[in-house]
Write a protein that binds this ligand. Sequence first.
Ligand code: GAL
Length: 746
Amino acid sequence: MRKVIGLLQGWQYCDNFSEAFLQNDFDGYAWQEVTLPHANKEIPYNYFDERDYQFVSTYRRELDIDPSDQGKRLFLDFEGVMAAAEVYLNQVLVGSHRGGYTPFSCEITHAVNFGGENQLVVVVDSTERPDIPPFGHVMDYLCYGGIYREVNFRAVDPIFIENVFAKPKNVLTEARELEVDVYINNPLNNAVTGELQAVLSRGGKVVAQAFRSVELTTRGIIVETMRLTDLAEVELWDLDTPNLYQLIVSLRTNLPTEDSYTDRIGFREAVVRPDGFFLNGRRVKIRGLNRHQAWPYVGYAMPKRAQRDDADILKYQLHLNTVRTSHYPQSRHFLDRCDEIGLLVIEEIPGWQHIGDAEWKKLACSHVREMIQRDWNHPSVILWGVRINESRDDHDFYTETNRIARELDPTRQTCGVRFHGHSEFLEDVYTMNDFAHSGGDLVLRDQRVVTGLDHYVPYIVTEYNGHMYPTKRFDHEERLMEHALRHMRVLSAAGLDPHIAGTVGWCAFDYNTHYQFGSGDRICYHGVMDMFRIPKFAADAYRSQVDPETEVVLSPVTLWARGERSIGGVFPLVVFTNCDCVEIKVDGQSVGKFFPDRLQFPGVKYPPVVIRHAPGILGEWGSQWYDGEIIGYVNGKAAAVKKFIKNPVASKLEIKADHQLLDADGSDVTRVVFRIVDQVGNVVPYINDFISIEVDGPGEVVGPKQVVLIGGCIAAWIKTKTKPGTIKVWAVSSRFVSEEIEIISQ
Ligand code: GAL
């Protein structure tokens, strides 16, 4: 039977490489104990040199091989190493890989020393090698280095299941069934017979099963197809009901060998048509944001929990239904969570504008294969992006990437993201970055203007805003408002156009980037949240599009100050809300009720309330200033209140952890948010205090312990050690000491 052991701990890291390492001679260099996921270099928050992490480094580890594994086939499975890796066991090169976003496996059976020491050495090239996509030209994001995802050791019998592709068929009818392609790895030439079993279950209850006798007559990968029928009872995977099923495929042969392969699947039909996107036959407007899988200081090297938290933010905090994994396959933990919570995914191959030479294209094609074969069982993944993001047309190259995708996975449509119009349409869905909106009347173009075709095709807008209006969380209130309104205008325009299946905005989170992009400080401030996942007002444009039964949203775009805006005052006051109406009170007196602006935003379900002015209440420059209160009403009842104080004074340093329970595995993290607030709990955005983050117990701060607040707040990730215990965290500023919180690491 198969055995899988995670190799998170026990690594030694050297930020250098010497040929001597390949002879297991490690002397004369500094080696550091590290845990995966690992960033080859921690970088500052901003104003760093992105070449700092672009070097060749080495990881090594002793492997404990159980003598009982003799006779098995042994593998090391790498989930993501940036950007190229060479893997040596006991001085034997056992594998290599180019490309930092897709997994690879190395068979080590022939190199293992049973009963003796086994030294693993991984040479990691994190330079931007022009032979590896996405590299070769400039690009607007960083590809941080290191073994930044997990590594597993796997022991299997000689004949084993390499992969399983479960294809739900006819899911919208009672005759639905599951076709299961089983990829069997057979190292032998002589004929072997065996039996396959596939069991579909949910919550431990078997839903269906199938058996099949197999005769393996050739060496290599043999694909056997099984069919599970009588699935009328199966419940569909959908946005609000992401029903998942477990599929276990087992193989027994007469040798004897046995193996079993487990995955999670969902039954759903997802198709983009010229008249919109249909999920399980129901029209759904795609509403999403692009995500970079990056964090401050450690870049990509964040563990499972942080990956999952991002999916939760998009689904539960921003109430989106879609994410685009710009511009590469993202962590499996992120995709797993998208499956669990019902968040649709547009996934694409690594690349950014540049297409390299023939070898480069060949490698990009292998990334298409690696992405699809890793992720084809995720019900959340609805489209394969098979073009290099925003690259020029390339008939032969993209004919080939489409061919590979369709051949490997006939169940999903392909797409390819471009930003130039009239591009050759080789995919199933035309995906366009439409940056037409720059504040004026033009918001989104008619798809026929973009495609140059005289008929409608399946069409999604995969980016908008972004560099058209970069906005920092600590920018001026008027800019923050316009930033948010631009997002809302696009949502509204898309809502009115049935030939736009939906929109995916640029982008969810601010991100570090190269000097050719961003604000000069190596940050692109394009997110509706900052790099710490702290929201800007634009986040509320999305957040407000949820049924008030799920969450009542009431977010006025104001700091409530007399002199923040040009000419003074708080009008026009935009309130992102799903309430029926809002009432403003000034100094305790009602000024009136105001209603959603359906004229300006007819295409969204919950338009913002825009109060252009409120006569006479807040006076002119030089008059009195008052407390404010905004009340949101749903079905005639006050459902939410937001209070502002006329004379804010910094009153408290708040501390809040996202999670109280962590795993003591040396890599688990929780975010902790620090905010200085006024008397009524609103952040005071212009306080420029520092904080010192204090930790007691088996945990540590990821990145610096002393930071300055950015716009009145900041977050840090607290990481566990391998020792269990209680981690106490608190913060000290020049004026306050926060309360102390406890995180249990177990
Ligand atoms: C797009 C690109 C994104 C990002 C964005 C900024 O052209 O695909 O990666 O750079 O512009 O608006």
